[in-house]
Design a protein around this ligand. Structure first.
Ligand SMILES: [Cu+2]
Length: 732
């Protein structure tokens, strides 16, 4: 053992510091109160003075997040670009910026852990049991929160419902990290005497997998107060021994170690170790050329809920409905590990993602990949593009309307619009019965008269299932209004809000308006449109509209959703200082705009020749229940073959009495409009468009993404019966 020690030391001293990439180290120093940055050989690179730096995180944008009692985001130029302190945060001891842009803070002044938005709204708050002081908080990929309740000598894992789902007791845990295999690595920062400090890896059941230091360890492996550590992808662990003012580098096989010292490090608490070439704050490369991987753990499972007040067994992700918001920057990579704990096979489609050369990650069961069987897992990985408002949902059977969906927000690299804050609004219909039971009823003819004006009427049919309720971000009132509550969105007078609106229905297109608040439509399906100010929008299933709303009123207003047949559901827009909690009644519906009427912001250069035209004729019947394209139903139908480089036109003719929202995977199409009245000048770019009853619609797309891609009606029941086809490139 002694020989190993000497060898390692020699290795380091001779400068041949192994085959690892060159690293830079950020350390929060308790003695000097500075955050310092230095090379592995100890050369100082950068420092930021403050009173009592304790935690440090290097952000994807190159800034540094630290907490000298308040929490500060500091640029490499040492500007404080964001800060939160008293009265919200009294004594921050640890902090973490999440991929969503929110920040987790462990506040030892109030003994709470909070999750706050960039505009400092607390979205989650946890009172630490016993008022324990903390040294660390980390939100895990599974949505739970890992907390070192240090003065209580315990590490806690707490779920979003604030239940403790895992704990491990040891003397004064300083830092804890959840490893990929589910184990937890913890530093014990207050051992009983000099031979008591240790670093330990424990499994889910609390069994010791590995231990370094502590009473039983040989002399050269004694740790002198291991406060922070930084684990590298190859398994190397950097441990800061704050009382020795050194960093110990433990090899991936954990058999040898090296020692790093720097003249600027006196008492390193938390450290971060990053590859030198990836250290953006010292790199000359433009910051937007680096892409970050954001990893998420999703568990698809059953749990109970009452979205519109009525109890129902939901199927959803991580016990949340709607599912967790995924919010990352354009060009970053998204990695989602899906564990299937449902009784049936599942999959997730990332609605709106281009999935360039990545069709196997598109999530349509048996088209993109094999179903994820019960008990199995699958990892999706894809580039977050294009920017905009998107969503994810199960694409297996009739599952998404059980609750298997959530928002997928890709933030633009360029700040394109002027607004103060954002609000995602997932609005959709809700039914209390299981989808499979609804589907059986539809097929049996039980809903022949559902939302249908009747034979001979000139009006279209609005839905195959009798309307029950609308839910806004998973919340609404029951059909008889006796249960559930309206979702209330608070606003401040003077602010401009970007609403990211997603229709997550199974059955109904809807009109949406915020009474007394005109909205300016700026994007649809992740692409800019020529801004248009209207009273409301008509949004079909799967479509997204981004609108800007100026809060320049007072009181409380209805956010009103209605089927095109006039059945309504409300949420509320309430001004912060308002004492009125009820909206005005009987407000008139104003002007609305729908997808086919949007136009692109600039003239479009459409290829005039070379397009392949494919005629798609819809038909349907209620008894037997059938919805068809060219008389055929998926999967018993041929694919539509396309060649890379072609400009493909789909001419959809819909003589039926229902509108059908059609969604194309892997491509965006130009919405040209009715045959004979084509808009070839400035057609908008979208991925979902409604084809109205007794109407027709032409779309055109560039065949630029080889793969097998679904094209289908997004009404759950129409898709379920086979109103779908596969767009297929050769040799796949
Ligand atoms: Cu349809």
């Amino acid at each position: 053992m002694l020989r190993t020690f000497l060898y390692a030391l020699v290795l380091f001293v001779s400068g041949a510091s192994s085959a690892r990439a060159d690293k830079v180290i950020y350390a929060a120093d308790h003695n000097t109160g500075k955050v310092v940055k230095f090379k592995e050989d100890g050369t100082p690179l950068w420092e930021f003075p403050n009173r009592s730096a304790h935690d440090v995180q290097v952000l994807a944008n190159g800034n540094i997040l630290i907490n000298p009692r308040s929490v500060q985001e500091v640029s490499p130029e040492k500007e404080i670009v964001w800060e939160v302190g008293p009265p919200l945060v009294m004594h921050a001891e640890a902090c973490q910026r999440l991929p969503s842009g929110n920040t987790m803070i462990a506040d030892n002044g109030t003994h709470t852990v909070i999750d706050i938005t960039p505009d400092k709204k607390v979205v989650w708050k946890y009172d630490v049991p016993g008022g324990a002081n903390m040294r660390m908080v980390r939100r895990l990929a599974n949505g739970n929160t890992l907390i070192c309740a240090s003065s209580s000598n315990v590490v806690l894992e707490v779920n979003p419902q604030k239940e403790i789902v895992w704990k491990y007791e040891l003397p004064f845990p300083y830092l804890a990290e959840r490893l990929e295999n589910g184990d937890t690595l913890i530093s014990s920062g207050d051992g009983a005497g000099q031979r008591g400090y240790f670093l330990i890896q424990v499994d889910k059941d609390g069994n010791t997998v590995w231990k370094y230091g502590g009473e039983d360890a040989p002399k050269e492996e004694q740790l002198n107060w291991p406060s922070g550590f930084s684990r590298q992808a190859d398994g190397t662990i950097y441990v800061s021994e704050c009382r020795s003012a050194l960093i110990r580098v433990i090899s991936p096989d954990r058999k040898t170690f090296q020692i790093i010292k720097s003249p600027v490090m006196e008492h390193a608490a938390t450290i971060v170790v990053v590859d030198e070439e990836k250290d953006q704050s010292s790199s000359a490369a433009p910051k937007d050329q680096t892409s970050t991987v954001h990893a998420f753990d999703f568990t698809a499972e059953a749990f109970s809920g009452r979205p519109d007040g009525r109890p129902k067994e939901l199927w959803g992700y991580n016990g949340q409905f709607p599912g967790p918001e995924i919010r990352v920057r354009e060009g970053d990579r998204i990695r989602v590990n899906v564990q299937n704990r449902l009784p049936v096979a599942t999959s997730i489609h990332w609605h709106g993602m281009k999935q360039k050369n990545n069709w196997q990650m598109d999530g349509v069961t048996s088209v993109s990949h094999a179903p994820i069987e019960p008990g199995a897992s699958f990892t999706y990985e894809f580039v977050a593009e294009p920017a905009g408002t998107h969503w994810y949902h199960s694409h297996t059977g009739l599952q998404y309307s059980e609750g298997l969906y959530g928002p997928l927000i890709i933030e633009s690299k360029t700040n394109d619009y002027d607004y103060d804050r954002e609000q995602v609004l997932m609005v959709g219909d809700w039914f209390v019965e299981k989808s499979d039971d609804i589907f059986k009823k539809i097929k049996s003819g039980a809903y022949m008269k559902a939302e249908k004006p009747g034979k001979g009427s000139a009006k279209p049919d609005y839905g195959d299932v009798p309307f029950e309720s609308f839910i806004f971000n998973g919340k609404g009132r029951s059909p008889d209004r006796s249960q559930g509550e309206r979702n209330t969105f608070m606003v401040e007078k003077g602010e401009t809000i970007r609403f990211r609106i997603i229709n997550s229905s199974s059955t109904y297109a809807l009109k949406l308006q915020i009474d007394g608040h005109p909205m300016t439509v700026i994007e649809s399906d992740g692409h800019p449109v020529q801004p248009v100010t209207v009273d409301g929008i008509t949004i079909d299933i799967g479509e997204r509209f981004d609108v800007l709303v100026k809060a320049n009123g007072s009181g409380t207003h209805a956010i009103r959703a209605a089927t095109l047949g006039g059945k309504t559901g409300l949420a509320l827009l309430q001004y912060k200082d308002s004492l009125v909690t009820k909206p005005a009644k009987d407000v008139e519906w104003g002007s609305t705009i729908a997808g086919p009427s949007l136009v692109a912001p600039q003239p479009v250069d459409l290829p005039a020749t070379g397009e392949r035209s494919v005629e798609l004729n819809f038909s349907g019947s209620m008894m037997p229940y059938a919805w068809r394209i060219n008389g055929q139903e998926f999967p018993d139908r041929p694919s539509v073959g396309v060649q890379e480089g072609e400009h493909v036109r789909f001419v959809m003719k819909n003589p039926t009495m229902m509108a059908h929202p059609f969604h194309l995977h892997g491509h965006y199409f130009r919405v040209l409009g009715r045959p004979g009245e084509l808009n070839l000048k400035n057609p908008p770019l979208k991925d979902t468009i409604t084809v109205s009853a007794k109407d027709a619609m032409v779309v055109q797309f560039d065949a630029d993404n080889p793969g097998k891609w679904f094209f289908h009606c997004h009404i759950e029941w129409h898709l379920g019966i086979g109103m779908a086809l596969v767009v297929q490139y050769p040799d796949l």
